[in-house]
Design a protein around this ligand. Sequence first.
Ligand SMILES: [Zn+2]
Length: 433
Amino acid sequence: MSSKLLIKGGTLLDPAKGLNEKGDLLSVDGIIEATGKPGAFDSESEAEVLDASGALVSPGLIDIHVHLREPGFEWKETIESGARTAAAGGFTSVCCMPNTNPVIDNAQVVEFILEKSELAGGARVHPIGAISEKLKGECLAPMVELWEAGCVAFSDDGWPVWNSALMRCALEYGKMMNLVLACHEEDTALSHGFSMNESELSVELGLKGMPAAAENVMISRDIELALLTGGRVHFCHVSTARGVELIRRAKKDGAKVTAETAPHYFILDETAVTEYDTSAKMSMPLRKQEDIKGLLEGLADGTIDCVASDHAPHEEDSKRVAFGDASLGILGLQTTVPLLLEKVREGALSLERAIASVTSDARACYGLEQVSLEKGSVADISVIDPDCKITFGKEHNLSLSSNSPFFGRELQGLARYTVVAGRKVFDSEGLYS
Ligand SMILES: [Zn+2]
């Protein structure tokens, strides 16, 4: 017998297809069968029904930058806990960074992750392979082998590719296969030992800062190398207004570059660390109000293609230490959608642009197959309730870690259901309502 799922009473929102209207959606055996006017499929008596009234029904959301910590750091997060946390955040897919132990620099690790994610029963997990062996920036990782094993992009995230000649070489290889290099842009000679943004505030707090220039010079270098080689660069977690400006210019010049930012960079500024709150310590660091303005303008006009969480779980012991010693990174999978929708409510960007930044435009950054609400698309669907509101607390958090500066904040606009291949992998009942 075929398995049918009917999503009823919502607003079908698929910005890439210009769709924004009330309607119902029917999926059969994991594939979208049809969409229609409200009530169009009420005769499908054997279908499982999801009530989407008052909610947005979107093509499945993707987060192209997360750290799932397995293999090697399973006390922080596992593939299973990460995939389930992602589903609770409204994501049907995530792309996981290779800074695990062992690093994702050989096919066996890729196979391990894909097998684990099959069993996880949450969001789909797409591994990102290393650019260099062991992320050391010395020798290229076997990119073709990693690609064939299922990696969707390449990154040394956590670290920059400090060696410009190696970066050039990776771009030249990448170009032959149309691969994307996702780059963490940091000149470590300028940023060494940093724990926040470099500014008057870092001086006042007595903390070592990372100047915006440490990020911007590496963005500039990789724009030049992208132009030189014709290879594709994706800029991870852009945090500076100047970085946005450089990328805007590079796109005009024809460089094959795309960019992401993370919600914390347009929600919080550097003053979030004033009380030495280690839950607001991450890399890149939080910047200034003028950077927030530049990032939001870049996001609104598409210079910043997408929003990704940079979900980076850490156990309490690594955060409950002196500020300078605390681990870098915060959770993000369950806060990304509501923080993005907060900016929509404030008028900084349109709802369509916000949804595109976590669906079609995010998939395009890595050249991934698109999903849509049209007949024949795989039934990966996110049902988001724009009115659902919580004060974010530990009781809502599904990650194994709890390093978030957003606990205690009101979050509005949360996933009601997440559907992967026509199967419900998240239901908010009991968690948010
Ligand atoms: Zn990074």
